[in-house]
Design a protein around this ligand. Structure first.
Ligand code: NAG
Ligand code: NAG
Ligand code: NAG
Ligand code: NAG
Ligand code: NAG
Ligand code: NAG
Ligand code: NAG
Ligand code: FE2
Length: 580
């Protein structure tokens, strides 16, 4: 006589298998998160975030970026509206008496009927690593004081946390994105900005006053940590009809970057070292074909990167090379054809892009075999290839890109049209975690799936989850929409039952955990998921999430009334790490 539970288990397994097959037939995961296709509105000119600092000619729009090749320099920029005023930055290390001065330069520009304020850029160099500095700009009673912290000395195991924002704009959603980034307990130390800053060019005659409001908006963060700039299409400001035919004029006057330090000949492409990362910024809106200055520079630089020193190689560009949204579909293709072989050969870890106003993460894929005549045009998995992440979801007034190409291609691991920001958290030379934090609804749900990079990691994670038995209760807001389809619940309780699935898993597999194939694991997970979903349906009360990763648990960030939770952590390093 077969015990009942065995029968039940068999049914679940069968159902799990079906679900599992479904999972394998599709590409990655498209979030079921439904949202109104509401345009976001720019914050009005009299908003608090745009307030002009008090006092005659007070410095405003203060922002900093890295000022040299390896992080001992900072470029400090600010604008004085009425007259040039002082060009000097006074700065000192925390706990020291000695104040230093550095003089910068001042530039102005005209754009149609707009005349800029006096834009100051001052590079301070030879700072100590890993030190807090205070600095002051302005004179007399309009002097303003800020601070920043220099990165640790460049080295392979230096932990460092980068934030990621793209296509920010200046809407209420932009403000939410920035606020969430600031409040994220992961504490980004420098921001990688993947292009499309102010969206001033969406206004009649590219109203450059919206560049100024944007500068004042981001000051609260950009005056304290470097924003690493990438130029997007909204920085081109090419408008010959109104006599403006010099591309990138407002952008290049307002945002200086240390391009000469990396032997670049243009501020639109350059590279820096920071902590354990080597960051290459590229310009998709400048010539990049063979023989062009950008191509020559890039192909030299990428071969020079010393992965013993900076194991993490990150590329930033504006339009994504891999994009399965309808919006801007194939726009990154020319860039892909030119540069993907280099990215694969030189083992770029991750390529961040914006442009598409949504989030998407790819598998590690390569399409370099395709050469037009051989027909091999399907991207294939390759552990040497980068992960491509689109993070153009900062929240600008053009709204979200909700339309996706169907079906989801295999290379696309996860996609969702929500505003948010990313965190790329480097632990050491082999481990880094990427998480994406959506802004939505005061509550962020887990929507992405789990990945087991290697079998040894699997056993580690399983044990880890097993130990970290945790049941958490939380209230759901009524606007919550999720993959379990419990819309319109004003109040519910979410329970995470990691331990249950783990219990079952261990009893199924005995001591041979390390050889569980992913398919079996998924099967079991899905069958339990299904069972719980049935209960959910019946009771209409609970949401149960099976969660088998201690990374996710560690990544759970509770804050105020909402939970910011990385839908997917990538153990990038497990497959890459330093190039061999
Ligand atoms: C869209 O935005 C308008 C104005 O902010 C708001 O009144 C409306 O409720 C929103 N619609 C949805 C479906 O959220
Ligand atoms: C700054 O000083 C000037 C002259 O001393 C004075 O007129 C002005 O009101 C002061 N401004 C502020 C913001 O205190
Ligand atoms: C923007 O966000 C900040 C911080 O959350 C808040 O203080 C401010 O009032 C917001 N401004 C607008 C216009 O939403
Ligand atoms: C690469 O970096 C390591 C560590 O800083 C250093 O020892 C080595 O000499 C460098 N290699 C080259 C070719 O510069
Ligand atoms: C991955 O790409 C590299 C470089 O193109 C190639 O040498 C290698 O064979 C590829 N590996 C797989 C598994 O396709
Ligand atoms: C790198 O960091 C990971 C995660 O924090 C840790 O498990 C691993 O032991 C570290 N490796 C080294 C060589 O320190
Ligand atoms: C949620 O409630 C609204 C209003 O009661 C209703 O129009 C809508 O169809 C409901 N949605 C779902 C998915 O049940
Ligand atoms: Fe864009």
């Amino acid at each position: 006589m077969v015990p009942k539970w065995v029968c039940a288990g068999f049914v679940y397994l069968l159902l799990g298998l079906i679900l599992n097959v479904a999972e394998f037939c599709n590409g990655g995961m498209t979030s079921g998160y439904q949202r109104p296709n509401n345009l976001s509105f720019d914050m009005p000119l009299d908003s608090d975030v745009f307030r002009v600092p008090p006092g005659y000619n007070a410095p405003q729009q203060v922002h900093i970026t890295q000022g040299d090749y390896e992080g001992r320099g900072v470029i400090i920029s600010w604008i004085t509206p009425d007259e040039p005023g002082s060009n000097t930055v006074v700065y000192w290390a925390e706990n020291t008496e000695l104040k230093n001065c550095a003089d910068g330069i001042v530039v102005t520009y005209k754009y149609f009927d707009y005349t800029s304020g006096f834009i100051h850029h001052c590079t301070i160099k030879d700072l100590e690593f890993d030190t807090k500095y205070y600095y002051e700009v302005g004179i007399g009673n309009t002097t303003r004081q800020f601070w920043f912290i220099t990165p640790p000395k460049v080295g392979p195991d230096v932990p460092y946390t980068f934030g990621l924002i793209g296509d920010l704009g200046q809407t209420y959603d932009s403000n939410t994105t920035l606020t969430h980034y600031e409040l994220n307990p992961a504490k980004g130390q420098a921001l990688l900005f993947v292009g499309d800053l102010s969206y001033a060019d969406d206004y009649p005659f590219h109203d450059n006053n919206r560049w100024d409001t944007w500068g004042r908006f981001i000051e609260r963060n950009a005056a304290h940590q470097p924003w690493i700039w990438t130029a997007g299409n909204h920085e081109i400001d090419f408008a010959p009809a109104i006599g403006e035919s010099i591309p990138f004029k407002p952008y290049t006057h307002r945002f200086f970057v240390p391009y000469e330090a990396s032997e670049s000949t243009s501020p639109l492409w350059y590279s820096i070292k920071r902590a354990s990362a080597y960051i290459i910024v590229m310009s998709s809106y400048s010539a990049f074909g063979k023989y062009t200055p950008q191509y020559k520079w890039f192909t030299n630089k990428v071969t020079e990167v010393n992965r013993t020193e900076t194991p993490w190689l990150i590329v930033l560009m504006h339009p994504p090379m891999y994009n399965s949204y309808v919006s801007h579909y194939m726009e990154g293709e020319t860039m892909r054809v030119m540069y993907e072989p280099w990215f694969v050969e030189y083992k770029v870890d991750v390529v961040f892009a914006g442009h598409v106003h949504a989030y998407e993460r790819s598998e590690r894929v390569s399409n370099v075999a395709y050469n037009i005549i051989n027909g091999l045009c399907t991207p294939v998995n390759n552990h040497s290839a980068p992960v491509y992440i689109t993070i153009g979801d900062g929240g600008n007034q053009e709204g979200l890109s909700t339309a996706m190409t169907q079906p989801q291609p295999h290379y696309s691991a996860y996609r969702e049209a929500s505003f948010g920001h990313g965190i790329f958290d480097i632990k050491n030379r082999t481990h880094a975690y990427f998480s994406w934090h959506r802004n939505q609804d005061g509550y962020a749900i887990e929507a992405d799936s789990q990945r087991f990079p290697t079998s040894t990691e699997t056993i580690g994670r399983v044990l880890c989850s097993f130990i970290k038995i945790r049941v958490s209760f939380r209230f759901l807001s009524n606007s919550r929409h999720d993959i379990f389809d419990i819309k319109n619940k004003t109040c519910g309780i979410a329970i995470e039952m990691d331990f249950l699935s783990m219990l079952i898993l261990t009893s199924f597999t005995g001591k041979n955990l390390e050889i569980i194939p992913r398919i079996l694991y998924n099967m079991i997970r899905n069958s339990f998921l299904l069972a719980f979903l049935l209960i959910v349906r019946l009771l209409g009360l609970f949401v149960l999430q099976l969660n088998c990763s201690c990374y996710k648990m560690n990544g759970l960030n509770y804050r105020g009334g909402f939970i910011v939770r990385p839908p997917k952590d990538i153990a990038l390093s497990a497959v890459l790490g330093p190039a061999s």
